[in-house]
Design a protein around this ligand. Structure first.
Ligand code: NAD
Ligand code: DGY
Length: 347
């Protein structure tokens, strides 16, 4: 039924024309506009009358942006992490914030394992050196490569992605342990993994640490110099969660002095990053002692062709519900970490 197009949905960033998926779901009730904006100033005069906004990837929805929204029935984040949206400000303005919590769980877990295995098997290090013409075919002199079976794979944040990663690590023969203060008792037994009650306990016993917690006030800077120093010499750090969870400078220093043997980084504090970001600078500079030990991806852990269609479709459906005043499925404004980890999209 064509209800008459009187509403306006603004997509702030990333997704550009033809907006086929969004228009298929929303086109009968709303005009859909994509701005491809990176900064707040690019939105001036363009979002004030929006009936809903969708925030795809990079754009940060600050209090001042939210305060411009006069009509908005929802801010929809067609993705998992909603740390870029000031949910408190949205709540104070009576605007629900919704995410799509479950489109790319397997892909992020695959990406974390891909980085962990490439680094800990020496593949990345050897390939990088060989490409630069450093060293020869004698692997024994290049880098220590201890057997992985039986070593501890430590997971921080045992929600959807942490769980999917734990199951993969188990299949590779790791002893798997996790630290997550919010998941209920019994998850460890159900997964056949060990629960570590303290962060320092997990860090000090893990050969590989993989981060899967959200970026919150509590997790910002969770892994800095002191935490990395607790990890065994020559261990590995994988971050597919959010850049702000880790101190980039501390990671680069630990790679340079050998405390970390490798780091797999999918996410940075600022994206796209500035060239002077310590990780980016070390990764670019072949003379930097951390260069060969750094695997850097441009925030693509989630990506697969099918997943991209899913999150756009689910995000558009949630936006449609908001516009029609129907119950929302994935409102996150008032979720605690425990509720958040138990949220399952029913879309
Ligand atoms: N790189 C990517 O492409 C990509 C894609 C999707 C999600 N992510 C990130 O991964 C995060 C996790 O996604 P998910 O679907 O597994 O979320 P989730 O909500 O299912 O799981 C997060 C887990 O972290 C735990 N947690 C919260 N605070 C913690 C703390 N202080 N210490 C340890 N654990 C803590 C929660 O209890 C929860 O179990 C997202 O918040 C997002 O930032 C990244
Ligand atoms: O949170 C997510 O869904 C991914 O990081 C992509 O933004």
């Amino acid at each position: 039924m064509n209800r008459g197009i009187s509403l306006k949905v603004v997509i702030t960033d990333l997704i550009v024309e033809p907006l086929d998926i969004e228009r298929e779901v929303l086109g009968d009730i709303a005009e859909v506009i994509a701005l491809d904006a990176m900064t707040e100033s690019e939105l001036v005069g363009r979002i004030e009358d929006a009936d809903a906004v969708m925030v795809y990837h990079y754009f940060r929805f600050t209090r001042s942006t939210i305060e411009r929204l006069e009509n908005c029935k929802a801010i929809v984040r067609p993705g998992v992490g909603y740390d870029g949206i000031d949910i408190q400000a949205a709540g104070e303005h009576g605007i629900p914030v919704c995410n799509v919590p479950d489109y790319g769980t397997e892909e992020v877990a695959d990406s974390a394992m891909a980085m962990a295995l490439s680094l800990s098997r020496g593949t990345h290090f050897l390939n990088s050196r060989l490409r630069r013409g450093v060293g020869d075919w004698n692997v024994e002199q290049a880098v220590p490569i201890p057997r992985l079976r039986g070593r501890q794979f430590g997971i921080i944040g045992c929600g959807r992605i942490g769980t999917a990663t734990a199951l993969r690590a188990k299949a590779f023969g790791f002893d798997v342990a996790f630290y997550d203060p919010y998941v209920p008792d019994g998850i460890d037994k159900a997964l056949g993994v060990r629960r570590e009650r303290s962060l320092s306990g997990l860090l000090s016993s893990s050969h590989i640490v993989s981060l899967h917690c959200p970026l919150t006030d509590e997790t910002r800077g969770l892994i800095a110099g002191a935490e990395i120093a607790r990890m065994p010499q020559g261990s590995f750090l994988i971050n597919t969660s959010r850049g702000g969870v880790v101190d980039s400078q501390a990671v680069v220093e630990a790679l340079a002095n050998g405390q970390l043997a490798g780091a797999g980084i999918d996410v940075l504090e600022q994206e796209p990053p500035q060239p002077n970001n310590p990780v980016v600078a070390a990764w670019r500079d072949p003379a930097h002692p951390a260069h060969d030990r750094l695997l850097l991806n441009p925030h693509t852990a989630y990506y697969c062709d099918e997943g991209c269609v899913e999150f756009r479709h689910k995000g558009a459906l949630e936006t449609r519900r908001a516009l029609l005043g129907e119950p929302l499925r994935n409102q996150v404004n008032s979720l605690s970490p425990l509720e958040s980890c138990n949220t399952v999209s029913e879309i």
